[in-house]
Design a binder for this molecule. Structure first.
Ligand code: THU
Length: 140
């Protein structure tokens, strides 16, 4: 497993793929297109975009769709997330919503999250954004 820090080349690839994914977003209600590209510790990249619905609450975020793609392709058994880049069509740095943070935490002890903006990008670790994720391990 590749536990090394994110390389410049990995960062660049994630950014390009997040931008490509957000162009495929289905966001006719909010007009806010989001794309996410996630890198696994095994070195594979999977993407997702937001998919909205006329019944607004059924909308799926780009980050969770990227995770669903990764699981559909690779299975969940060995899935660990090294990094996720997130892009949007307003080019503002936008961190994942709380629901996505919790779902990312299921597959990562400390993923790097990269938010693209017009000025470049910002990086945060998942533990900075979600210090105490919900976990059943203390319960069972
Ligand atoms: N959205 C995402 O795709 N990811 C997030 O982390 C937050 C919000 C989407 C959902 C909706 O389609 C649009 O952005 C506006 O909320």
């Amino acid at each position: 497993m590749n536990q090394s820090p994110l390389t410049e080349s990995e960062e660049k690839q994630l950014i390009t793929k997040a931008e490509a994914a957000r162009k495929k977003a289905y966001a006719p209600y909010s007009q806010f297109q989001v794309g996410a590209a996630l890198l696994t510790h095994q070195g594979k990249i999977f993407t997702g975009c937001n998919v909205e619905n006329a019944s607004y609450g059924l909308t799926m975020c780009a980050e969770r769709n990227a995770i669903a793609t990764a699981i559909a392709e690779e299975g969940a058994d060995n899935l660990t997330i090294k990094a996720i880049a997130i892009a949007n069509n307003r080019h503002i740095p936008c961190s994942p919503c709380g629901a996505c943070r919790q779902v990312i935490a299921e597959f990562s002890t400390d993923a790097s999250l990269i938010f693209l903006s017009r000025e470049g990008y910002q990086t945060r670790s998942l533990s900075q954004l979600l210090p105490q994720e919900f976990s059943l391990s203390d319960i069972f």
